[in-house]
Every structure is written in C-alpha cells, then in structure tokens.
Design a protein around this ligand. Structure first.
Ligand code: GLU
Length: 289
C-alpha cells in the first residue's frame, strides 16, 4: 500500500508573510489536494531572537484569508530543541561533528576571498577543526560558546559507505510531476553548522528531523532552497531516514528581479488584507490562475 502523501508549509515567523509565501502555501495546498494527501503546518521558529508570536498569529490569519487549511496540530520547532540536540549527539557519537568557537568576523577574515557556500556566506575555512582535546576543554571551561559543525569530508565518506558507493542524489519532481534525479553536490556547503552557537539546532538539522518524524513525503518549497537539498539528503543518509520527493517551485521577484523580502511592502499579505483585497484574488496575483 502506498503511504498517504504528506506535505508541509513551513514558514519562519521572523517577519510578516508576503506574496512569495502565499505562492508557496497555495502550491503545497494544491499538490496535497491533487494527491489526496495531507498538508501540515510547521512554524520554523528556532531563531528565537528574531521570531515573534505576533508573526505566528499573522501567519494563521493570512492562511485563513487565503483559504489554506492544514491537518493536525501545528508543530513549533522552538518547542523541540531537545529532539534536535539528541539528533546532533548521534552524529557527534559517529565522530562527524566538531566544536567551532570562531566568531562570524573571524570566519569572514580567514575565509578565502570569493569562496562562498550556496547561500553566499563565506565558505568556512576550517578554523578550529584541529583543536586539541585539551584546548577544547579549556575553552568550554572558560564558558566560550561554540557551534557544532559537520566534518564534511568524513560525513561524505560515511554516507558513501552507507550507500554502497552509489552517488548521493535526490529526486526532484518537475512542474508536471515527472521525476528527475539530481546530483547532491553537498561538498559545496563545506563544514556546515549543525547546532548553532545561540540555539541548539540549525535550519538544516531541524528540517531533516521534522520532515522525517512528521512523515513528509513531498517536500514542496521555493527554489531558493534547491541547493540546500543536497545537504538535507546527506543528513537523511547519516540518520538512516526515509527520502522524501522534492519539488522546488518558482520564486516571486520584485521590480528589480530580486526575491521578495520580508519587508515586501505592497506585496505583504497583511497590507493586502488591510486594503480589502479578497484572499481568493491572491491566486491570480501569484500567477496560479
Ligand atoms: N522556513 C523556511 C522559510 O520560511 C522554509 C523551509 C523549508 O521549506 O524547508 O523560508
């Protein structure tokens, strides 16, 4: 028996939603309906310094206005840090993580000029990768905060072993639902952060753990996250998790061709609602006809 398709809309409440989020929510809801599946709502609020309750309330109002409904309880990631920490401990136990005490500016200074990860951040130059055990203990003893980073080389080797030398790939469904096999190219992320310095989670870790424990079968999200999928696949292999299917939809851009930002002004859903635009008109505004 094939499992019921499960999709999720997973906004971060670090600002008001805009038309780009509406497109994402509507695409997820349409696909769930077409497949006869479920749509879950997940609030990705691990960034406790930037996420706000008022934005969570705004998301719920926006979805009601759009006519997007979801199944089951809403998962708030900030209530599950213990789950992400425990998962990271498993990777640590496999010798795949190491502590990095370096600050953002130290990393920026040490990074090779022009070498960036797929998010455009300076590619981590390996600072603190070979600190001795004593030095690590000393720094921790002094109360220095640290992130836990993935040793990418080791992680890829471990995954290679687990995959029996098969290449690391993911399945992307195109607009017509046809599957394409995509090479993961995960090494481009370098030694990615798995547990942040400020919170015991990271986007990449939390998304992989939650997609698995919520039984998500079809990860449907914006194409700005296409490159992150390779890293998510690597983590899924290391944790021995099921592989979902992926679909990365087009992004909406502003007049200058840039991806809409949270400060989208006229494209902000609260502003549209306040101007009396009916929620049903949004389909047309985002090009869904
Ligand atoms: N929380 C992410 C965002 O709002 C989406 C994450 C995902 O769909 O994987 O951009």
């Amino acid at each position: 028996m094939t499992p019921t398709p499960v999709l999720r809309f997973a906004p971060s409440p670090n600002g008001p939603l805009h038309l780009g989020h509406a497109l994402s929510a509507l695409v997820c809801s349409d696909v769930a309906e077409r497949l006869g599946g479920k749509l879950l709502l997940r609030i990705e609020d691990i960034d406790v310094a930037r996420c706000r309750e008022e934005h969570v309330a705004g998301i719920l109002e926006d979805l009601a206005w759009l006519g997007v409904t979801w199944d089951g309880p809403v998962l708030h990631q900030s209530q599950h840090f213990d789950v992400y920490s425990e998962a990271a401990q498993r990777l640590e136990g496999q010798g795949l993580l190491y502590p990095c005490f370096a600050s953002r500016s130290e990393i920026f200074e040490a990074a090779e000029q022009g070498a960036v990860d797929p998010d455009g951040a300076p590619l981590y130059p390996g600072l603190h990768k070979s600190l001795s055990k004593t030095e690590i203990e000393e720094r921790i003893g002094e109360g220095q905060a640290f992130a836990l980073r993935l040793d990418m080389e080791r992680a890829l080797n471990a995954a290679k072993h687990m995959l029996g030398d098969q290449p690391l790939t993911f399945t992307e469904l195109d607009e017509d639902g046809r599957p394409l096999t995509i090479e993961a190219r995960t090494e481009r992320w370098g030694d990615a952060v798995i547990l942040r310095k400020d919170v015991p989670a990271s986007y990449h870790l939390a998304v992989v753990i939650d997609d698995a424990r919520q039984g998500v079968t079809h990860v449907t999200r914006g194409s700005d996250l296409f490159d992150a999928t390779g890293l998510h696949r690597l983590l899924q292999v290391l944790f021995g998790l099921q592989e979902p299917l992926y679909h990365h939809h087009r992004l909406l851009t502003d007049d200058e061709g840039r991806k809409l930002a949270k400060s989208a002004g006229d494209a902000g859903l609260t502003n549209l609602r306040a101007r009396g635009v009916p929620g049903r008109d949004v389909r047309r505004l985002v090009g869904l006809g």
